[in-house]
Design a protein around this ligand. Sequence first.
Ligand code: RNT
Ligand code: ZN
Length: 423
Amino acid sequence: MSQSDEERIRAAYRLAKERYAELGVDTDRAMDALSKIALSLHCWQGDDLAGFEAGDKQLGGGLATTGNYPGKARNASELRADLDLTYSLIPGDHRLSLHAMYAETGSRRVERDALLPEYFTGWVDWAREQHHGLDFNPSLFSHPLAASGFTLSSYDERTRRFWVDHCIACRKIGAYFGRELGTACVTNIWIPDGYKDTPVDRSAPRRLLEQSLDRILEEKIDPHLNLDAVEPKLFGLGSESYVTGSHEFYIGYAQSRGILLTLDSGHFHPTETIADKISALLLFLDQLLLHVSRGVRWDSDHVVVFNDDLQAIALEVVRSRALDRIHIGLDYFDASINRIAAWTIGARSTLRALLVALLEPTERLRELEVAGDFTRRLALEEEVKALPASAVWEHYCLGQNVPVGMAAMDAIREYEQRVLLNR
Ligand code: RNT
Ligand code: ZN
């Protein structure tokens, strides 16, 4: 970046700082607060959720990636190289969320119920070197024993046992991540279980799921090492009429067992937003995990963009004053555009939305609300939308040593030419 570009960013920031100060907002403090937020990037954007297990397999469980943009990562070293570039374009220090399917077992075929920490040493060494915390997800799809559409809530005892053992193995791997990296791993369980058509017995699979989860959680693990989360869903592809792990099921389960609930922004009715749910759930649950995603008409997992939905989520996260109780993960997969750009755009937009939220004159707005002056509250909210948040964002990127604006895309294009197109 040229000297004059830098000077322009600094000058714009000085003006923005004054403008925000008039409303009682400290921009330096907002940037400082943002720098402490770690997003958990999802490893599966880099290879369309293929993973590294031996053999050809189809993506299952109602998960679908569309597009065939060239250059997807074919192994762990390629995925890590792509991630290194991605992190270098995102301001701040962030985490990685891994799926069990990304184990490195060499030429050995290891069944998912037999996974061990040793198959993740490559990831842990890399994470330690790059200062990333690790989060984890058992993989209960894209597997012959998930082909029936049921896993932890299957009527078949052998199938249930296999997936219970897989999840038990995953919690141990999560604890290993936590121990090695000195930051608790959030291990998130999502299952695809459900019926395409209306079932007769809605209750039995839920009772089985409850039993399976209790077996999985039987062994107590130090929460400084591993935290357990469960992720509900309203419906999925192939489970349009019934999902065993529904919202009501998992809210009750997480609350009664003292574990985390995951809110995926694509898992609700399309007119519903997870923003409104955070304040209610935080009264009864200790911690939450967010899967920030973007559904277009359905749970389509489009790249997260700076839209009203994202801003509402960011505002609620910040207003909750519970940043230490909310883990923020990303969850989407788009194979129709450059995958590194998809990661970068979604992560930068999420951080930018959080910054805008941190720059909100919340106290002023709250005073108006408490006083019943909804007219001025609305007027001020509209004014706030046009404040120079982008000047603060650019200054933040500059201070964090990451590209400002479209320069991030220049770095990705260069990498595409040099690396991705040669794969
Ligand atoms: C699926 C869930 C789940 C997955 C990942 C790959 O609907 O959102 O979180 O996207 O585990
Ligand atoms: Zn999700």
